[in-house]
Ligand binder design. Structure first.
Ligand SMILES: [Ca+2]
Ligand SMILES: [Ca+2]
Length: 188
């Protein structure tokens, strides 16, 4: 082998090694991205389930706000009736689930606004607006509500639709988002 052939052979080997490492890196990055998306989806699903279970047990008459049109709200106050005593419905302590835009959090509160208020953050990566929605007065994501926030409730008769979008930095530092929604029926 001449010196020139040796140099060429080495250069070729170097290129092959570089290509192989690039393939490995991009496979690794894709895998990191996939697991980050799956973890975020899990997180969104868990928060949505928690909200849905809480709202599910509540009574229709206790819901605030009480819109009969598809206007969304970023918070929902509800109570569970404990039964009827002397002809009067006895309500459990009121609870409220709402979006804190400042902290990107879903906040659950019991006895909201009172001295005995109990406050727990259920999720802390909520997007300011639902995925695909920007604040421009139109329904960009085509779900029937306009400029809805990252957490929204729509009450129609005894059905509550809950939508949640979360976002966090992905492994390559570009943001990744997940959106989940469900509809629950409250007690009539
Ligand atoms: Ca919309
Ligand atoms: Ca919009």
């Amino acid at each position: 082998m001449t010196a020139m052939e040796l140099v060429l052979a080495l250069a070729l080997l170097a290129i092959i090694a570089l290509k192989a490492s690039m393939v490995l890196t991009s496979a690794n990055e894709a895998q990191q991205q996939d697991s980050a998306i799956m973890a975020l989806e899990d997180q969104a699903r868990r928060a949505l389930d928690q909200i849905a279970y809480a709202v599910m047990g509540s009574d229709r008459d206790s819901l605030i706000p009480d819109p009969e049109s598809p206007i969304f709200s970023t918070s929902l106050r509800y109570s569970i009736s404990l039964g009827v005593e002397d002809g009067e419905v006895v309500w459990d302590d009121p609870e409220e689930i709402g979006l804190s835009l400042d902290e990107s959090q879903v906040i659950w509160r019991k006895n909201p606004g009172t001295a005995e208020e109990l406050r727990v953050a259920w999720c802390n990566v909520v997007r300011p607006f639902l995925e695909g929605e920007i604040p421009n007065g139109t329904d960009d994501n085509g779900n029937g509500i306009v400029d809805e926030n990252g957490l929204s409730f729509v009450v129609e008769r005894d059905a509550v639709t809950i939508r949640l979008s979360v976002q966090r930095p992905g492994p390559q530092n570009q943001p990744i988002s997940e959106t989940v929604s469900t509809m629950v029926t409250v007690r009539n």
